[in-house]
Design a protein around this ligand. Structure first.
Ligand code: PMP
Length: 375
């Protein structure tokens, strides 16, 4: 198979696997909470991993809460970070795990606003500014703004620094789902002035089942779970040492390799676009060149993208978004960018990553072009 679906999930990096393996062995017994030598060993490993996560995103280690992934991190930020009765504002292109929190917030009496985006998927700072002007007048707590760092369907990067500045100037808190952007490095939660940031292990060469929410010191978080008081009670539950170690190792690798990986992967993405667009002149590109290096979303008017991929099972890529690929729903991201339902169904999303080779890109392009032209 040719795997071009790195935005849905990345392969586990062999170095990450090496770092984790000892922690899966029976000798690595020990609850990180326990007050004995095996427990301390586990706790040390977990804390070293926490520091690696923090270093990747430019946050103090104490800010990082391990979660089961970005879905849980986003839920914790939205449901735990929106003060009772306070406004919550999110962009229209957020991941389902953010948008899915909105009905519960509405039930709690929190006024919810879904902010429209430009045709390239960016949330204009002026749009946020105007919305906050209205939301602001509604006490009792600060509004929470949630805007992703990079979109998982089209790769658009949000102007986070400007958006955070607008939010801060209006006294609002700001959360960013950085699941797709974190592996590319260069994020600084402190530098950007973010209150909350989410990420996920399996999107950056780490294991599935682990992620993190970083919460700025002092940012109020009302945890939905009760339990043993781990992680200051904000996200209680026994931590999986091996998975924490894996996430830490993945973050360390991302920090070391991000710049070089990003350059190489963006080069492959441009090669892919060149091959496809040369053979298919009506092909349109949804992904901006300055977006996520590994993301290429394209639309070919008239194409049934799902049908095409069914005929190419060894070519792993997505239509719209893998997260809802079994539903025939058109991508809410493309619709928010002004594309039609027909265009959404005629869209393919390629996700290139650290392990993608040039010849895979050439072969994938060849297979797709042949299948499309044969139709
Ligand atoms: N946010 C974004 C932007 C994503 O791409 C994903 C994964 N599709 C998630 C959140 C959810 O991450 P996880 O699989 O770790 O729950």
């Amino acid at each position: 198979p040719i795997y071009l679906d790195h935005l849905a999930s990345t392969p586990l990096d062999p170095l990450v696997l090496d770092a984790m393996l000892p922690w899966f062995s029976p000798a690595a017994v020990g609850n990180p909470q326990a007050a004995h030598r095996p427990g301390w060993r586990a706790a040390d490993a977990v804390e070293a991993a926490r520091a690696e996560v923090a270093a990747l995103i430019g946050a103090p280690p104490g800010a990082v809460l391990f979660t089961s992934g970005a879905t849980e991190a986003n839920t914790l930020a939205l449901l735990g970070g929106t003060a009772p009765g306070a406004a919550c504002l999110v962009s229209a292109v957020e991941h389902a795990s953010v948008l899915g929190c909105l009905p519960e917030l509405r039930r709690r009496g929190c006024p919810v606003t879904i902010l429209p985006v430009e045709s390239d998927g960016r949330l204009a700072p002026a749009t946020l500014e105007t919305a906050l002007e209205t939301a602001q007048h509604r006490p009792p707590g600060p509004a929470l703004v949630s805007v992703m760092a990079a979109n998982n369907e089209v790769g658009t990067l949000q102007p986070l620094a400007e958006l955070a500045a607008v939010a801060r100037a209006r006294g609002a808190l700001i959360h960013s789902d950085a699941t797709q952007a974190a592996g590319g490095g260069g994020l600084s939660m402190d530098g950007l002035g973010l209150d909350f940031l989410s990420l996920s292990g399996h999107k950056l060469g780490g294991p599935m089942g682990i992620g993190a929410l970083a919460a700025r010191d002092g940012a109020a978080l009302r945890p939905p779970s009760a339990g043993g008081g781990q992680q200051r009670g904000l996200r209680p539950g026994t931590l999986p040492t091996a998975l924490c170690v894996g996430l830490g190792a993945a973050c360390r690798l991302a920090r070391d390799r991000a710049a070089e990986d990003s350059r190489r992967i963006a080069g492959l993405r441009e090669r892919l676009w060149f091959l496809l667009s040369a053979a298919l002149p009506r092909l349109r590109r949804n992904s901006p060149p300055d977006g996520l290096p590994g993301c290429l979303s394209v639309t070919l008017p008239g194409l049934d993208a799902a049908d095409l991929l069914l005929g190419l099972p060894d070519l792993a890529l997505s239509t719209g978004s893998a997260c809802h690929s079994d539903a025939a729903e058109p991508s809410h991201v493309l619709l928010a960018m002004g594309r039609s339902v027909e265009e959404a169904h005629a869209t393919l999303r390629f996700g290139l990553g650290r392990t993608t080779m040039a010849e895979e890109v050439e072969r994938a392009a060849g297979l797709l072009i042949a299948a499309i032209l044969a139709d």
